[in-house]
Design a protein around this ligand. Structure first.
Ligand code: FES
Length: 181
């Protein structure tokens, strides 16, 4: 005798159809949302992959004589919705030092944030606001200087033997400790 399987009950068919619709609906929401999140986070991922360093100058632009030269620092500013390239965030003095390395000093005076000047006649840095003076390595020269600490050094890296990259940071003014802001 021929045997026919019993068709599922209508309730069970409805349940399976609803479950399938829920899964498909879920996939259509989750995949675009995940893609959107990846796009949103992409600049942040690229920024962190760089370790926060920014290209500042070609090594050829830094005097071989060892005299410091000032360069603006431009960086990409990223917020939740926008990625704005080449935003000025500060400036540094770059100076060639022994071993082919490059020293970077933040130009902001640690006393109150005025930009210091390099004085080639005296071979040191001078702050025009309250007369702090600093040696080439950033140390405070005159004990009467109101600056509470040396000029802020920054990590540098020479890439491909030609490009100077700097991990640029600003630091809190008016305190002895070097506190990033
Ligand atoms: S801001 Fe430089 S000495 Fe005051």
């Amino acid at each position: 005798m021929e045997h026919h399987p019993t068709p599922p009950a209508p309730d069970r068919r409805n349940f399976l159809a609803k479950a399938a619709a829920t899964v498909i609906g879920g996939i259509t929401v989750v995949i675009p949302a995940a893609s959107g999140l990846l796009v949103l986070l992409d600049p942040l991922r690229r920024k962190s992959a760089d370790g926060g360093a920014v290209f500042v100058a070609n090594l050829a632009a830094v005097p071989e004589s060892g005299e410091p030269r000032k360069f603006p620092v431009l960086a990409t500013r990223v917020d939740a919705w926008n990625r704005t390239p080449d935003v000025p965030v500060g400036a540094v003095y770059l100076q060639r030092v022994a071993g082919g390395a490059v020293r970077a000093l933040n130009v902001a005076c640690p006393h109150a944030g005025c930009f210091v000047d390099f004085k080639s006649a005296r071979n040191n840095y001078h702050c025009p606001c309250h007369n702090s003076s600093f040696a080439l390595d950033g140390k405070v020269l005159d004990p009467k200087s109101p600056s509470p600490r040396p000029l802020d050094t920054l990590e540098t890296e020479v890439r491909n033997g030609t490009e100077v990259w700097v991990k640029f940071r600003n630091f809190r003014a008016g305190v002895h400790e070097k506190i990033p802001v």
